[in-house]
Ligand binder design. Structure first.
Ligand code: HEM
Length: 506
């Protein structure tokens, strides 16, 4: 009924919906970008929609990103927005289940595993896992048989799901944990993963089987970590075998002097493993799909590999971290993949205080403000600004040359963006800029920006380099559409890739 009354002009316009409570959940859930684009045409960059009884104000464009991601955390709060979803998966003493100041300290602890020295040691480990995977996994028979004239087929997403977890486990979790991860662990992890569904954003404990499985899996995985820590405590000598992230986290202290508890160590490790899993597996599979769909691009990328890594006898030098930073074509392909397929399409914050939003975000000529009331949510969508036709030439076309050609449209447009101190944003490999007003933000921006960007680039460029060196890739179907119903956007089916082993000479 309220929708039939004259709209309150002090609030952002409300998207019309037929079903009370459910609101626009179906349109948003099926295809958020089409839903945003339709309402952007009607209302401009700022509008509100109802999502299962919650009011969500969408703020689009680079200015919308800036407004949401650059907002004060006391007003725009991530914990309130994400804790129903993440606390049962990660644990009640880490990440969004605790005050942000404490989580910021935990982010700092975890960075022990995310520095240049660590990355240097990871490159070889990731390459080793990828090589083992290609050589010994029975799913990849054509490769295993060593025959060069046989084509095999594989589901790109399923393959990357396996590779991402294996490589992240070996690097970010350490040797002991990786060696203890058996098939049962993978099943338990997949039950835990089943808790990552959009409805859990809003309701933590609906009595549904996927939540029961999630809770049982969380208990089991927490125990797995706590047992390892306990064993090490009881036998400190073992402990010294490889000083890994478990030891490093256990040795940390919060600013007030409190030690990190065993449960927190375990839960931080779960969070670290899960935060990068869907995002990296989705990006990796999209990258391979684009390469398979364009054999000419595949050959150019192969030539880049030959130039960097191939020995005169046709064998390959090891892939090093420093060298992965010097592969401009592969870098451009991953970057362009993240532009049109960013795994995270919506970034949400809960509004803790009434907050004015300039109407000019919507209509540049307007000087007034709307007020977003306390209790609403705000939403930024880098996926929208990354395909905004006012910034990007042919926004929906996969064109990696926009990143290799410095005079190209994308490069020029991005040159206009600065971070909050007025510095030009560095869009170079592994960019660390925190600029909240950039139209290109696959890793978010501001206080909650991703800490895994450089690791993800290393992981993806090493895995894909190995594939390029060893295999030719093809596809018989077009590059798939984005599937938004998996909470992290993934390639829809069919997404089968054909692959064939290269001979040393080609
Ligand atoms: C946060 C994207 C890989 C750890 C984020 C955010 C985005 C993002 C957009 C911001 C969320 C927000 O503001 O609400 C990605 C993409 C990845 C990736 C596209 C891969 C291609 C990783 C990896 C790790 C990781 C590998 C861990 C090693 C985190 C953490 C946060 C985060 C801990 C939370 C930061 C906070 O709320 O303060 N990521 N991520 N991510 N990411 Fe990533």
């Amino acid at each position: 009924i309220s929708q039939l009354l004259p709209a309150d002009p002090s609030k952002p316009p409300l998207v019309f919906h037929w079903l009370p409570f459910v609101g626009s959940a179906v349109q948003y859930g099926m295809d958020p970008l089409t839903f945003f684009a339709e309402n952007q045409r009607k209302f401009g960059n700022v509008f509100t929609f109802v999502l299962f009884g919650r009011k969500v104000t969408v703020c689009l464009g680079p200015q919308g990103n800036n407004f949401v991601l650059g907002g004060k955390s006391t007003v725009f709060n991530a914990e309130d927005a994400y804790q129903h979803l993440t606390a049962p998966i990660f644990g009640d003493d880490v990440v969004y289940a605790i005050p942000n100041e404490k989580f910021m300290e935990q982010k700092k602890f975890v960075k022990w595993a995310l520095n240049t020295d660590a990355f240097r040691s990871y490159a070889g480990l990731i390459e080793h896992e990828a090589t083992e995977f290609l050589n010994h996994d029975s799913n990849y028979k054509a490769y295993q048989s060593g025959k060069t004239d046989e084509w095999g087929t594989v589901d790109a997403l399923e393959m990357l799901a396996e590779l991402t977890i294996l490589t992240a486990a070996r690097t970010l979790q350490g040797k002991e944990i990786r060696s203890r991860m058996d098939k049962t662990f993978a099943h338990t992890l997949s039950d835990l993963d089943g808790g990552f569904v959009p409805i859990n954003f809003l309701f933590r404990n609906l009595p549904l089987p996927h939540n029961w499985r999630r809770d049982a899996a969380h208990k089991k995985i927490s125990q797995f970590y706590v047992d390892i820590i306990k064993r090490r405590r009881e036998n400190r000598r073992d402990d010294e075998a490889e000083y890994d992230i478990v030891n490093a986290l256990r040795d940390q202290k919060y600013r007030g002097g409190d030690p990190v508890t065993d449960s927190e160590v375990g839960h931080m490790l779960i969070a670290l493993l899960m935060a990068g899993q869907h995002t990296s597996m989705s990006t990796g599979s999209w990258t391979l799909l684009h390469i398979a769909a364009d054999p000419e691009l595949g050959e150019k990328l192969f030539a880049e590999q030959v130039q960097h890594f191939r020995r005169p006898d046709g064998t390959w030098n090891p892939i090093t971290y420093d060298e992965t930073k010097d592969l401009p074509l592969l870098d451009a392909v991953i970057r362009e993949t993240l532009r049109i397929h960013p795994p995270i399409h919506s970034i949400l914050r809960h509004v803790r205080d009434n907050v004015p939003v300039p109407q000019s975000l919507s209509a540049p000529s307007e000087n007034g403000t709307y007020v977003i009331p306390k209790g609403y949510y705000v939403l930024a969508s880098p996926a929208m600004s990354q395909t905004d036709a006012t910034v990007w030439d042919r926004p929906f076309e996969f064109d990696y040359t926009r990143w290799t050609d410095n005079t190209g449209f994308a490069a020029q447009a991005l040159n206009e963006y600065t971070d909050e101190s007025g510095e030009k944003i560095d869009f170079g490999f592994g960019a660390v800029s925190k600029g909240t007003n950039s139209p290109y933000q696959p890793f978010g921006a501001g206080r909650h920006r991703c800490i895994g960007e450089q690791f993800a680039y290393l992981q993806l460029s090493t895995i894909i380099s190995k594939f390029l060196q060893e295999l030719e890739l093809r596809m018989d179907t077009p590059v798939p559409r984005n599937n938004y119903q998996t909470m992290i956007a993934t390639p829809d089916s069919p997404r089968m890739i054909r692959y064939r082993r290269r001979t040393p000479a080609n």
